[in-house]
Design a protein around this ligand. Structure first.
Ligand SMILES: [Zn+2]
Ligand SMILES: [Zn+2]
Ligand SMILES: [Zn+2]
Length: 350
């Protein structure tokens, strides 16, 4: 990642760090810089930095389900990345870490899961043990589209062969996983253990952390869709990678933003006309320009909570030099950065 990209991440909404904290965060920043290049290059960090002491989240990927570059795309959006693999981005996923209890949870398990586990191990390693213990204290799923559940297949007997990996999802997603092969084998063979959580109800993860699944409208070919709200001792974070349109939601985006310190929001497409040859009504998402318009009346502090995520390969925001990036930055919003840890109070560790 370039410094340009770091600058475009938007202003840090919360307070400044103390000197020792800054030292730790400096190490993290270096680590995340390196981590960005590793996944396309298959070279990993040599050592993990010292972790902070409070719960935090970290984007393990920022691209839409198809990733960046995307299959068979020979347009400049993907050719640019093939020429410079440090610009590649993995599919959207968020890691939640509680350093105090040495626990970690994953939100969404897409096709890049193997590399994302490697990145998570660099940043928040689990104690080594025999057998094939669960890789996370829980995997929370937003819905059953490929970019959000394909990675679960790596937990099966053809690959990791996990022992009872806990998966937390809505009853609708649970039914899909139980009924549809090849996911059904994960269940019957005991590789995953499903814990159902109804939309709009909360679950205590540990003494410090609670999660709530919030129903959102999104193409429901296979399952319903939820956003995930994480609440911790210092603040709350909203993870909302897929939604059809803000106007179809029974909640008010600005009101939801006011309840959290950070919000990772669906930014699949920057604007209309981004998919030549395909109708964008087949894949409805709020355009970034619409999201910015919807929130333009808010204070700079509120806007700075936004971290745009789930970017389609065609989205010009992937390009650090694009005018779109400049526009988002000028408007006071931020981009999710792969590998960048952020405290639940919204503190960035730059
Ligand atoms: Zn998606
Ligand atoms: Zn492309
Ligand atoms: Zn989806």
């Amino acid at each position: 990642m370039s410094d340009t990209e770091a600058n475009w991440s938007g202003p840090s909404p919360m307070k400044k760090r103390t000197r020792p904290e800054r030292k730790i965060f400096g190490a993290w920043r270096v680590a995340s810089w390196m981590a960005l290049g590793l996944l396309s290059q298959a070279c990993l960090l040599n050592s993990a930095p010292a972790p902070p002491s409070h719960p935090y989240v970290l984007a393990l990927g920022t691209a839409q389900d198809g990733g960046l570059p995307q299959i068979a795309c020979h347009r400049p959006c993907c050719e640019r990345v093939r020429k410079d693999p440090t610009q590649a981005r993995m599919v959207t996923s968020l890691l939640l870490v509680d350093p105090h209890s040495n626990q970690r949870w994953l939100m969404d398990a897409g096709p890049d899961l193997p590399n994302q586990v490697q990145l998570a191990d660099q940043i928040a390693p689990r104690p080594s043990s025999l057998g094939r213990p669960p890789l996370f204290d829980g995997i929370l799923l937003t819905h059953a589209h490929m970019g959000h559940i394909l990675g679960l297949l790596h937990l099966g007997r053809e690959s990791y062969g996990a022992e009872s990996q806990r998966v937390i999802c809505t009853p609708s997603v649970a039914s899909f996983l139980r009924d549809e092969a090849p996911w059904s084998l994960l269940v019957t063979a005991g590789h995953i253990e499903i814990q159902e959580l109804r939309p709009n109800t909360t679950l205590k993860l540990n003494d410090r952390l609670r999660v709530e699944l919030i129903e959102v409208p999104h193409r429901g070919e296979f399952s319903d869709t939820v956003a995930i709200r994480v609440e911790g001792p210092r603040g709350a974070v909203l993870y909302l990678p897929d939604i059809d349109k803000w106007t179809r939601w029974d909640r008010d985006l600005a009101a939801e933003l006011s309840r959290v310190k950070l919000a990772f929001l669906d930014a699949t497409f920057f604007g209309p006309d981004e998919l030549p040859g395909r109708s964008m009504s087949e894949v409805p998402h709020p355009f970034v320009v619409e999201t910015m318009q919807q929130l333009e009346h808010l204070s700079a502090q509120e806007k700075s909570k936004v971290r745009l995520i789930h970017l389609n390969h065609t989205n010009p925001l992937h390009d650090p030099d694009s005018g779109a990036r400049a526009e988002v930055h000028r408007a006071g919003f931020g981009l999710a950065i792969q590998g960048q840890p952020l405290g639940l109070d919204g503190t960035s560790w730059d």
